[in-house]
Design a protein around this ligand. Structure first.
Ligand code: HEM
Length: 278
């Protein structure tokens, strides 16, 4: 007898198995109904935010597991999972494109119903910060336990699991920063400059966050390789002398110091930084 595929076989709400497994009835009821909206673009605004939370839920789930895999010594598995997480972070940046279709004045109307709600309170972004600290600790423990010389890994160990993992961590860090870059540009396109958001933060504050790094020592390592490399003693041209005050080496060093300070006040609990300056 042939099978009747039209009959649902799963438990749950909904009149077919797709609805029951994916829980689409619940998912699709989470947006404001047209009769509750004060502007029809609330749908656009809410869908971008909600799907960001979903992508970050997946991304953070993968970073959490990647940290556990590092603890278990499975570095390639961790790197593979971080690859998924980074792609998730890229998806969140890509979907900010939709905000190009939100007119500045229309957002002024929408923001009247947002209360004091702000991206600062996004559970996905809060979790992204937490799991990044977790994987930072796992990686530091690994480097310390193995006595790994990361600079040497970066010079001669491109085919090692340590190198693949460190690069996967850099990808994650960079994707978060690229999201922040795009978010800042999008925010200024919509609300302009020298104004504040729904949480009272000046929009310029978002620009400062772009420079934040979860793993500053992995960035500083690159600077150190450049300084130790065959062109390391290159001086800035005279017309760039002023800019050299803000040279990347100094920026990386400051980021490193900030990370150490964060460790000291407990916001990052790592005890050992794999790349330490005296
Ligand atoms: C019209 C669109 C948007 C504007 C004008 C905007 C503007 C802002 C502003 C001004 C802030 C500073 C905090 C405040 O006072 O609220 C902020 C923070 C933030 N927003 Fe948005 N935002 C928009 C869309 C989004 C979207 C789609 C997301 C995705 C979830 C998002 C996530 C965040 C996050 C995570 C922060 C905290 C800062 C950070 O960690 O980088 N925002 N936003």
């Amino acid at each position: 007898m042939s099978k009747d595929y039209s009959v649902p076989v799963l438990d749950g709400d909904g009149d077919n198995d797709y609805t029951r497994y994916m829980r689409t009835d619940t998912l699709l009821s989470l947006q404001r109904r047209p009769e509750d909206m004060i502007h029809r673009d609330e749908m656009l605004f809410q869908v971008v935010h909600q799907s960001t939370e979903l992508w970050l839920k997946l991304a953070c789930y993968e970073v959490e597991e990647a940290a556990r895999q590092i603890d278990a010594g499975h570095l390639d598995t961790a790197a593979r999972l971080l690859g998924r997480a980074s792609l998730g972070a890229r998806m969140t940046a890509d979907q900010l494109e939709m905000m190009r279709h939100l007119a500045p004045w229309d957002f002024q109307i929408i923001r009247t119903v947002l209360g004091h709600g702000s991206g600062f309170e996004s559970p996905g972004w809060k979790l992204a910060r937490q799991v990044s600290q977790d994987i930072d600790k796992s990686f530091s423990r690994l480097v310390e336990a193995r006595g790994t010389d990361l600079a040497e890994v970066y010079r001669t160990g491109h085919d090692t699991a340590e190198y693949r993992l460190a690069e996967a961590m850099i990808d994650w860090d960079e994707r978060i920063s690229l999201w922040r870059t795009q978010h800042y540009k999008m925010a200024t396109r919509v609300i302009g400059h020298s104004v504040v958001g729904t949480k009272g933060a000046p929009v310029e504050f978002l620009a400062k966050l772009i420079g934040h790094k979860f793993f500053p020592y992995l960035w500083e390592l690159r600077t150190e390789l450049t300084l130790a490399g065959p062109m390391g003693d290159a001086e800035p041209a005279p017309e760039f002398a002023d800019e050299a005050q803000e040279a990347p080496a100094q920026e990386a060093h400051e980021a490193h110091q900030a990370h150490r300070a964060a460790q000291a006040d407990g916001t990052a609990e790592r005890q050992v930084c794999p790349v330490s300056r005296p």
